[in-house]
Each structure stands twice: as structure tokens, then as C-alpha cells.
Design a protein around this ligand. Structure first.
Ligand code: TYD
Length: 210
């Protein structure tokens, strides 16, 4: 008898700008592929042609904070139906740079969007659906800011925000983690990349392969 293929897992990476997610995402994707798992890597806002166009607007165009929140969720709606859900249904794992926890941290925490409005959008766009595992890269905003500055790349609309904004974003991430400790792991990102990589590998091993 052939059993139905297992559903893929959905892993998301979060943290304030400059937390060092990118190289760790690549390492996790590589680690999973080395196990023979099909993996799709994606990002938010973005992940689809429409989502990438919305990303361009979101990162560079000034707008009302509620417009910002709704566009984040509009891009997410498209991303879910065009990419994330079909991949998971086919048994492909999806590793995504940011998801709804980022909207909670940046739009509710950072910008002051009413939490009820966030909850309403979340319940509309993905009722009952959350990542299987979320890794929040946590570090002091001043260290993150110096990392962003050292890239030499022109900062986007979010990266140009003041320290107080990132303090609030960080707090909102930690608050979200406390609300869902089974799903969300807070990673100390103020460490050498090799140490972080080893912690992520151990965490994934323990969760799914031991
Ligand atoms: P990111 O891809 O991490 O930026 P970069 O390419 O510079 O590494 O994220 C883009 C920005 O979008 C980031 O500053 C956080 C912000 N963002 C929100 O404010 N809300 C959201 O829901 C998402 C997904 C991202």
C-alpha cells in the first residue's frame, strides 16, 4: 500500500533588520536538502510576481500605516494561494524570510496599528494556519543598526526608522514568542554565525528527525 505523501513543513525566519537571518536561511535550506527534502525558499513581502511588486511599493513609498498592513496581507494572500499552500500540499517544505509575525512586530509594535485590526486581517487571510516553526533572531537594536549601516546598501523605508521603532519591534516579537512558545523559538543572534547555525541544526534535528 502506498501511503499519502507527508505534508511539507513551513518554517519562518523573523527578527529586526540587521539580525543576520539571510545566511542562516541559506544554511537551513541546504541542511534540509542534504536530507533529500524538497525545499522552496521564499520571502515576504514578496514571493510571487505580484507580491514582489507590492514589496517594491512597501519598501519605498510613504503610506498610511493601515494601508501598509493591508498591503502586507494582500501580498501574503497571494503568496499563500500561489506558492506556500500548494508546495506544502505536495510535500515540499517552505522556508520563508518573514510572515505574519513580522506584521505583528512592525505594524502593531513598531507603527502602532491596533492589535484587533491585525487579528482581523490574520483571521481573514490565514484562519487557523500558522508556521510549524518560527525562528526569531533577537539582538539589541544598536548592534543590528550597525550591521545594516556596514552593508553600504541604501536603506529602505523600514531600515531608515529610528532606534525607538526597532526597540518596539523587538518587544513585539518577544511578546508574540511568549504567546506561542511551542511554535516560536527565540534565537540569540548576537553570537558567531557558526554557533547560531549549530543551534538551528540541533533544533531542527530534535523537532523532526530524532
Ligand atoms: P527584509 O526582507 O528582511 O529586508 P531586507 O531585504 O532589507 O533584508 O524585510 C523587508 C522589510 O519589510 C523589513 O524591514 C520588515 C518589513 N516588513 C513589515 O514591516 N511587515 C511585514 O509583514 C513584513 C513581511 C515585512
Amino acid at each position: 500500500m502506498i501511503s499519502a505523501p507527508d505534508k511539507g513543513r513551513f518554517i519562518t525566519f523573523e527578527g529586526i533588520d540587521g539580525a543576520g537571518k539571510s545566511s542562516q536561511i541559506a544554511a537551513v535550506v541546504e541542511l534540509l536538502r542534504a536530507r533529500g527534502i524538497a525545499v522552496e525558499q521564499s520571502r515576504e513581502p514578496g514571493g510571487t510576481p505580484l507580491g514582489e511588486r507590492l514589496r517594491d511599493l512597501l519598501l519605498h513609498e510613504a503610506m498610511h500605516l493601515e494601508t501598509e498592513a493591508m498591503l502586507m496581507f494582500a501580498a501574503r494572500r497571494e503568496h499563500l494561494s500561489a506558492k506556500i499552500l500548494p508546495a506544502l500540499a505536495a510535500g515540499t517544505w517552505v522556508v520563508c524570510d518573514r510572515f505574519s509575525d513580522a506584521t505583528y512586530a512592525y505594524q502593531v509594535g513598531g507603527r502602532g496599528l491596533a492589535a484587533d485590526k491585525f487579528k482581523a486581517l490574520e483571521a481573514w487571510v490565514h484562519p487557523g494556519f500558522q508556521p510549524d516553526l518560527t525562528l526569531i533572531f533577537d539582538l539589541p537594536p544598536e548592534i543590528a543598526a550597525s550591521r545594516v549601516a556596514s552593508t553600504g546598501v541604501d536603506p529602505d523605508r523600514f531600515e531608515r526608522e529610528q532606534r525607538g521603532f526597532f526597540i518596539r519591534v523587538r518587544e513585539a516579537y518577544l511578546d508574540r514568542a511568549a504567546q506561542a512558545p511551542e511554535r516560536i523559538c527565540v534565537i540569540d543572534a548576537d553570537r558567531r554565525p557558526e554557533l547560531i547555525r549549530a543551534e538551528l541544526a540541533a533544533l531542527i534535528e530534535e523537532r523532526w528527525f530524532s
